[in-house]
Design a protein around this ligand. Sequence first.
Ligand SMILES: Cc1ncc(COP(=O)(O)O)c(C=O)c1O
Length: 471
Amino acid sequence: MVMPTILADRYASLDYTESTNNHVFMKSCTNGYFEQNKYHQHVQVEEHNAAPLAKQLIGDALRERVESIDHENCEAGEEDTFFVADLGEVYRQHLRWKLNLPRVKPFYAVKCNPDPKLLQLLSALGTGFDCASKAEIEQVLNMGVDPSRIIYAQPCKTKSYLRYVANQGVRQMTFDNADELRKIARLYPGAELYLRILTDDTSSLCRLSMKFGASLDSTDSLLALARELGLNVVGVSFHVGSGASDPRAFLKAVQDAHVVFQQAASYGYSLHTLDVGGGFCSDETFEQMAGVLRLALDEYFPAHSGINLIAEPGRFYASAAFTLACNIIARRTIQDSELINNGTMTPDTSYMVYVNDGLYGNFSSIMFDHQHPVAKVLRANGQTLYDTAAAEANTDGDGVEYSIWGPTCDGIDRITESIRFPVVLDVGDWLYFEDMGAYTKCSATTFNGFSNEHDVIYVCSEPGARALLGL
Ligand SMILES: Cc1ncc(COP(=O)(O)O)c(C=O)c1O
């Protein structure tokens, strides 16, 4: 992954230069390069060297925990699945955001992962928060965040929640239909409204536009109704779908938003904010998506227009920061009976392994978020293998084959259909899964009586984040 170099001149409040513990930040700035297509401008940033420290801290936390468990005698649940969260990763993502989308203020989408320390760090970094329910809004307000840093980004709101936000002074919210406008007119006429428009979300993992968003055919009449009801429309919002992969979706959405700004002006509204939603992945596609978005914004909403730009990124911040460790609670040996019977070959032994987390738990991301978490071996044969070659799955067809299953009685509770490792795994061994921070814990259930409350061990590979958190 390309990581940002901290730009000393532009981000003074976050800037530091350090060269200790394999943790080198360079005070330098690259100007980026431009491809021929003006909508494919990238900010190319230098990779800094935080990865070894991050791996070391995560590895130490995993090792300490799993090696401290006496699997033969421990209390029920002591070997439960657990997370290690590197808050330094969140901090680096924030810098990466600032570098690539300097004009766009992020309002973190709490739904993605409402982890309290993650929210605390983001609050200290000065982000806003996108909330979709009373509980999310309450959690953020209880942290001391000013209501002006919250957007209630749910176009179809519960009436009692609307009364709640009116009492709390959370003014910003989205709408996309006439019924919602009438509801808001009755319950919170002073709200600051964002008209959420439809996008082309066909390239995304989780499509949202079949449920939310006003088509450009309907925006004019919605603005007319808002005016008639005396409501305060202040901006336009959109979401190109969670886990989007086609940057052109951002370009089209920005162009459409520009049209709606002009429509609004014809009704006497002077819209002041564009909300470009979420959809940004944390992998290397981010630079490309952000590059297209940045140029589209510069063209249609240039700095001199005075329009504020905000966004609602979720997985971009949370995904890579969380690593999940699961214990193998049972194993079933499978022998290929055909091979045994005809006796011409050594029978291939494979295994079904059952771990203490699954699709009804933190792997809910497989069902709801279309993810494919990849297992690695954390501990086998009495050895902790984190971040070694022996931890990795074989991709060449060699090694022992496994399928990996969750702990519930449901047959769909399968994490991995087939994976090969160089080692033979047994009950009591551990697996780990990286990139488990987005849409995992938040949608876990307690089906079959398995807990969805799992420990999070926090580490922090960035001194800046440690300082902000007072660690
Ligand atoms: C309204 C809204 N904003 C933001 C997000 C966060 O999206 P992502 O995690 O893809 O950035 C979502 C996700 O579903 C959403 O529905």
